[in-house]
Ligand binder design. Structure first.
Ligand SMILES: [Zn+2]
Length: 284
Protein backbone atom coordinates (compact mmCIF):
# COMPACT_ATOMS: atom_id res chain seq x y z
CA UNK A 1 0.00 0.00 0.00
CA UNK A 2 1.93 2.97 1.25
CA UNK A 3 1.89 6.40 -0.33
CA UNK A 4 -0.80 7.00 -2.98
CA UNK A 5 -2.04 10.12 -4.72
CA UNK A 6 -4.62 12.12 -2.81
CA UNK A 7 -7.05 11.68 -5.69
CA UNK A 8 -6.88 7.89 -5.36
CA UNK A 9 -8.24 8.12 -1.81
CA UNK A 10 -10.68 10.95 -2.53
CA UNK A 11 -12.19 9.35 -5.63
CA UNK A 12 -13.21 6.31 -3.58
CA UNK A 13 -14.91 8.26 -0.79
CA UNK A 14 -16.47 10.58 -3.36
CA UNK A 15 -17.93 7.60 -5.21
CA UNK A 16 -19.38 5.92 -2.13
CA UNK A 17 -20.56 9.05 -0.33
CA UNK A 18 -18.26 8.80 2.68
CA UNK A 19 -15.31 10.85 3.88
CA UNK A 20 -11.68 10.54 4.90
CA UNK A 21 -10.13 12.49 7.77
CA UNK A 22 -7.03 14.52 6.97
CA UNK A 23 -4.78 15.25 9.93
CA UNK A 24 -2.16 17.97 10.15
CA UNK A 25 0.89 16.44 11.81
CA UNK A 26 4.11 18.32 12.46
CA UNK A 27 5.88 15.87 14.75
CA UNK A 28 6.92 12.21 14.52
CA UNK A 29 4.78 11.04 17.47
CA UNK A 30 1.59 12.29 15.84
CA UNK A 31 2.44 10.72 12.49
CA UNK A 32 3.08 7.32 14.10
CA UNK A 33 -0.15 7.60 16.13
CA UNK A 34 -2.23 8.37 13.03
CA UNK A 35 -0.68 5.55 10.97
CA UNK A 36 -1.30 3.12 13.84
CA UNK A 37 -4.95 4.20 14.06
CA UNK A 38 -5.63 3.79 10.34
CA UNK A 39 -3.79 0.46 10.12
CA UNK A 40 -5.71 -0.87 13.13
CA UNK A 41 -9.03 -0.58 11.27
CA UNK A 42 -7.64 -0.81 7.75
CA UNK A 43 -8.82 2.64 6.59
CA UNK A 44 -7.00 5.06 4.29
CA UNK A 45 -5.93 8.39 5.75
CA UNK A 46 -4.43 11.71 4.66
CA UNK A 47 -1.55 13.27 6.57
CA UNK A 48 -0.91 16.96 6.02
CA UNK A 49 1.79 19.51 6.80
CA UNK A 50 0.57 23.12 6.92
CA UNK A 51 2.89 25.63 5.25
CA UNK A 52 2.36 28.00 8.20
CA UNK A 53 3.95 25.45 10.57
CA UNK A 54 7.19 25.03 8.62
CA UNK A 55 9.19 27.34 10.95
CA UNK A 56 8.59 24.75 13.71
CA UNK A 57 10.08 21.92 11.64
CA UNK A 58 13.46 20.84 10.32
CA UNK A 59 11.81 20.77 6.90
CA UNK A 60 14.19 18.69 4.75
CA UNK A 61 14.62 15.97 7.38
CA UNK A 62 10.92 15.86 8.22
CA UNK A 63 9.82 15.62 4.58
CA UNK A 64 12.34 12.81 4.03
CA UNK A 65 11.04 10.94 7.10
CA UNK A 66 7.41 11.38 5.95
CA UNK A 67 7.88 10.07 2.42
CA UNK A 68 9.96 7.14 3.68
CA UNK A 69 7.58 6.26 6.54
CA UNK A 70 4.35 6.67 4.59
CA UNK A 71 5.83 4.55 1.83
CA UNK A 72 5.77 1.59 4.21
CA UNK A 73 2.22 1.74 5.59
CA UNK A 74 -0.22 -1.18 5.32
CA UNK A 75 -3.05 1.16 4.27
CA UNK A 76 -3.20 3.76 1.48
CA UNK A 77 -1.95 7.11 2.78
CA UNK A 78 -1.72 10.44 0.97
CA UNK A 79 0.65 13.24 2.00
CA UNK A 80 -0.60 16.77 1.40
CA UNK A 81 0.84 20.23 1.83
CA UNK A 82 -1.94 22.05 3.70
CA UNK A 83 -2.68 25.72 2.91
CA UNK A 84 0.13 26.15 0.43
CA UNK A 85 0.55 29.87 -0.20
CA UNK A 86 3.98 30.33 -1.68
CA UNK A 87 5.01 28.95 -5.06
CA UNK A 88 8.43 27.85 -3.73
CA UNK A 89 7.02 25.84 -0.83
CA UNK A 90 4.54 24.10 -3.14
CA UNK A 91 7.36 23.18 -5.53
CA UNK A 92 9.44 21.93 -2.60
CA UNK A 93 6.60 19.67 -1.45
CA UNK A 94 6.13 18.27 -4.97
CA UNK A 95 9.88 17.61 -5.26
CA UNK A 96 9.97 15.96 -1.83
CA UNK A 97 7.31 13.43 -2.87
CA UNK A 98 4.07 14.84 -1.49
CA UNK A 99 1.10 13.33 -3.33
CA UNK A 100 -1.23 16.30 -2.85
CA UNK A 101 -0.90 20.06 -2.46
CA UNK A 102 -3.42 22.64 -1.41
CA UNK A 103 -3.11 26.03 -3.05
CA UNK A 104 -4.96 28.52 -0.89
CA UNK A 105 -5.82 31.63 -2.87
CA UNK A 106 -9.04 32.12 -0.93
CA UNK A 107 -8.11 35.60 0.28
CA UNK A 108 -7.58 36.79 -3.32
CA UNK A 109 -10.26 38.15 -5.67
CA UNK A 110 -11.84 35.24 -7.59
CA UNK A 111 -10.07 36.00 -10.90
CA UNK A 112 -6.65 35.93 -9.24
CA UNK A 113 -7.52 32.85 -7.19
CA UNK A 114 -8.52 31.06 -10.41
CA UNK A 115 -5.38 31.99 -12.34
CA UNK A 116 -3.03 31.13 -9.45
CA UNK A 117 -4.79 27.80 -8.80
CA UNK A 118 -4.82 26.89 -12.50
CA UNK A 119 -1.07 27.46 -12.70
CA UNK A 120 -0.44 25.15 -9.71
CA UNK A 121 -2.80 22.51 -11.18
CA UNK A 122 -0.82 22.47 -14.46
CA UNK A 123 2.49 21.92 -12.70
CA UNK A 124 1.25 19.52 -10.03
CA UNK A 125 -0.71 17.35 -12.47
CA UNK A 126 2.35 17.08 -14.72
CA UNK A 127 4.14 15.62 -11.69
CA UNK A 128 1.25 13.29 -10.82
CA UNK A 129 0.30 15.29 -7.72
CA UNK A 130 -3.32 16.08 -6.75
CA UNK A 131 -4.49 19.63 -6.03
CA UNK A 132 -7.02 21.06 -3.57
CA UNK A 133 -8.22 24.64 -4.01
CA UNK A 134 -10.43 26.88 -1.88
CA UNK A 135 -13.17 29.30 -2.87
CA UNK A 136 -14.94 31.37 -0.27
CA UNK A 137 -12.86 31.81 2.85
CA UNK A 138 -12.69 29.75 6.06
CA UNK A 139 -11.96 32.37 8.72
CA UNK A 140 -9.49 32.13 11.59
CA UNK A 141 -5.76 31.52 11.70
CA UNK A 142 -4.46 28.07 10.72
CA UNK A 143 -3.57 26.43 14.02
CA UNK A 144 -4.36 29.60 15.95
CA UNK A 145 -5.05 28.62 19.55
CA UNK A 146 -4.87 31.96 21.29
CA UNK A 147 -8.31 33.35 20.59
CA UNK A 148 -11.49 32.01 19.07
CA UNK A 149 -13.00 33.16 15.76
CA UNK A 150 -16.53 33.36 14.45
CA UNK A 151 -17.68 32.44 10.96
CA UNK A 152 -18.57 35.33 8.63
CA UNK A 153 -21.44 34.54 6.28
CA UNK A 154 -20.18 37.04 3.70
CA UNK A 155 -17.16 34.82 3.19
CA UNK A 156 -19.14 31.59 2.70
CA UNK A 157 -18.71 29.81 -0.63
CA UNK A 158 -21.24 30.86 -3.28
CA UNK A 159 -22.41 27.77 -5.24
CA UNK A 160 -22.03 29.48 -8.66
CA UNK A 161 -18.46 30.58 -7.76
CA UNK A 162 -17.63 27.01 -6.74
CA UNK A 163 -18.86 25.66 -10.10
CA UNK A 164 -16.87 28.22 -12.09
CA UNK A 165 -13.75 27.75 -9.95
CA UNK A 166 -13.70 23.97 -10.44
CA UNK A 167 -14.38 24.20 -14.19
CA UNK A 168 -11.74 26.84 -14.84
CA UNK A 169 -8.97 25.50 -12.58
CA UNK A 170 -9.23 21.71 -12.94
CA UNK A 171 -8.73 21.13 -9.18
CA UNK A 172 -9.17 17.62 -7.81
CA UNK A 173 -10.84 18.71 -4.56
CA UNK A 174 -12.51 21.86 -3.32
CA UNK A 175 -12.45 23.37 0.18
CA UNK A 176 -15.71 25.19 0.91
CA UNK A 177 -16.64 27.74 3.58
CA UNK A 178 -19.98 26.76 5.11
CA UNK A 179 -19.71 27.90 8.73
CA UNK A 180 -16.56 26.46 10.30
CA UNK A 181 -13.45 28.44 11.30
CA UNK A 182 -9.80 27.54 11.69
CA UNK A 183 -8.46 27.17 15.21
CA UNK A 184 -10.75 27.55 18.21
CA UNK A 185 -14.39 28.38 17.51
CA UNK A 186 -15.91 31.21 19.54
CA UNK A 187 -19.35 29.83 20.42
CA UNK A 188 -20.88 26.85 18.63
CA UNK A 189 -20.41 26.41 14.88
CA UNK A 190 -23.61 26.22 12.80
CA UNK A 191 -23.08 24.63 9.43
CA UNK A 192 -25.02 25.82 6.38
CA UNK A 193 -26.24 22.49 5.00
CA UNK A 194 -28.52 24.05 2.38
CA UNK A 195 -25.54 25.82 0.86
CA UNK A 196 -23.50 22.61 1.00
CA UNK A 197 -26.24 20.68 -0.83
CA UNK A 198 -26.45 23.33 -3.56
CA UNK A 199 -22.68 23.22 -4.07
CA UNK A 200 -22.71 19.42 -4.12
CA UNK A 201 -25.41 19.40 -6.81
CA UNK A 202 -23.42 21.49 -9.28
CA UNK A 203 -19.81 20.60 -8.48
CA UNK A 204 -18.42 17.20 -9.40
CA UNK A 205 -15.23 17.01 -7.30
CA UNK A 206 -14.79 15.89 -3.68
CA UNK A 207 -15.61 18.65 -1.17
CA UNK A 208 -13.44 19.47 1.83
CA UNK A 209 -14.42 20.82 5.25
CA UNK A 210 -11.71 22.86 6.97
CA UNK A 211 -11.73 24.00 10.57
CA UNK A 212 -13.37 20.88 11.99
CA UNK A 213 -12.29 21.49 15.58
CA UNK A 214 -15.29 22.34 17.78
CA UNK A 215 -17.84 20.83 15.37
CA UNK A 216 -20.16 18.32 17.09
CA UNK A 217 -19.89 14.67 16.07
CA UNK A 218 -23.45 14.61 14.70
CA UNK A 219 -22.70 17.68 12.56
CA UNK A 220 -19.74 15.88 10.98
CA UNK A 221 -22.00 12.97 10.09
CA UNK A 222 -24.58 15.37 8.64
CA UNK A 223 -21.88 17.20 6.68
CA UNK A 224 -20.70 13.92 5.16
CA UNK A 225 -24.28 12.89 4.37
CA UNK A 226 -24.72 16.22 2.58
CA UNK A 227 -21.59 16.01 0.48
CA UNK A 228 -18.33 16.50 2.42
CA UNK A 229 -15.65 13.92 1.47
CA UNK A 230 -12.60 15.13 3.40
CA UNK A 231 -12.43 16.70 6.85
CA UNK A 232 -9.29 18.60 7.90
CA UNK A 233 -8.39 18.37 11.59
CA UNK A 234 -5.61 19.85 13.65
CA UNK A 235 -6.30 22.20 16.57
CA UNK A 236 -8.48 19.91 18.68
CA UNK A 237 -6.05 17.01 18.46
CA UNK A 238 -2.92 19.03 19.06
CA UNK A 239 -4.47 20.76 22.08
CA UNK A 240 -5.69 17.44 23.54
CA UNK A 241 -2.20 15.95 23.26
CA UNK A 242 -0.76 18.94 25.12
CA UNK A 243 -3.44 18.85 27.84
CA UNK A 244 -3.05 15.13 28.48
CA UNK A 245 0.74 15.37 28.62
CA UNK A 246 0.62 18.28 31.07
CA UNK A 247 -1.89 16.42 33.27
CA UNK A 248 0.35 13.42 33.38
CA UNK A 249 3.43 15.49 34.21
CA UNK A 250 1.58 17.21 37.05
CA UNK A 251 0.44 13.88 38.46
CA UNK A 252 4.06 12.75 38.44
CA UNK A 253 5.14 16.10 39.91
CA UNK A 254 7.35 16.57 36.84
CA UNK A 255 9.52 13.60 37.83
CA UNK A 256 9.36 11.74 34.54
CA UNK A 257 11.21 11.05 31.33
CA UNK A 258 10.46 13.14 28.28
CA UNK A 259 9.64 9.88 26.46
CA UNK A 260 6.68 9.39 28.84
CA UNK A 261 5.20 12.69 27.70
CA UNK A 262 5.70 11.72 24.07
CA UNK A 263 3.98 8.40 24.76
CA UNK A 264 0.97 10.10 26.38
CA UNK A 265 0.72 12.50 23.43
CA UNK A 266 0.98 9.58 21.01
CA UNK A 267 -1.82 7.67 22.78
CA UNK A 268 -4.06 10.75 22.83
CA UNK A 269 -3.59 11.43 19.11
CA UNK A 270 -4.12 7.75 18.35
CA UNK A 271 -7.44 7.61 20.22
CA UNK A 272 -8.83 10.78 18.60
CA UNK A 273 -7.65 9.80 15.12
CA UNK A 274 -9.33 6.42 15.53
CA UNK A 275 -12.61 8.12 16.54
CA UNK A 276 -12.59 10.29 13.41
CA UNK A 277 -11.60 7.45 11.10
CA UNK A 278 -14.60 5.45 12.34
CA UNK A 279 -17.00 8.39 12.43
CA UNK A 280 -16.36 9.72 8.92
CA UNK A 281 -16.36 6.47 7.04
CA UNK A 282 -20.06 6.06 8.02
CA UNK A 283 -19.96 2.29 7.63
CA UNK A 284 -18.85 1.40 11.14
ZN1 LIG B 1 -7.71 24.87 6.56
Amino acid sequence: MGLVTMVEILDKVHANGTAVPAFDAIDHASVEAIIKASESINKPVIIMVPEAALPLIDVDNYFEYLTYRLGKTKVPVALELDHGKSFNVIMKAIHAGFTGVMIDGSDLPIEENISLTRKIVEIAHAAGVSVEGEIGHVAGGEGDMTEGSEADENMYTKPEDAKRFVEETGVDALAVAIGTVHGVYKGTPKLDYERLKKIKNIVNVPLVLHGGSGVAKEDFVKAVENGINKVNLFTEISMAAVAQSINYAQKKQNKLHFAELVLIANKTVNAIALDYLKLLSLDN
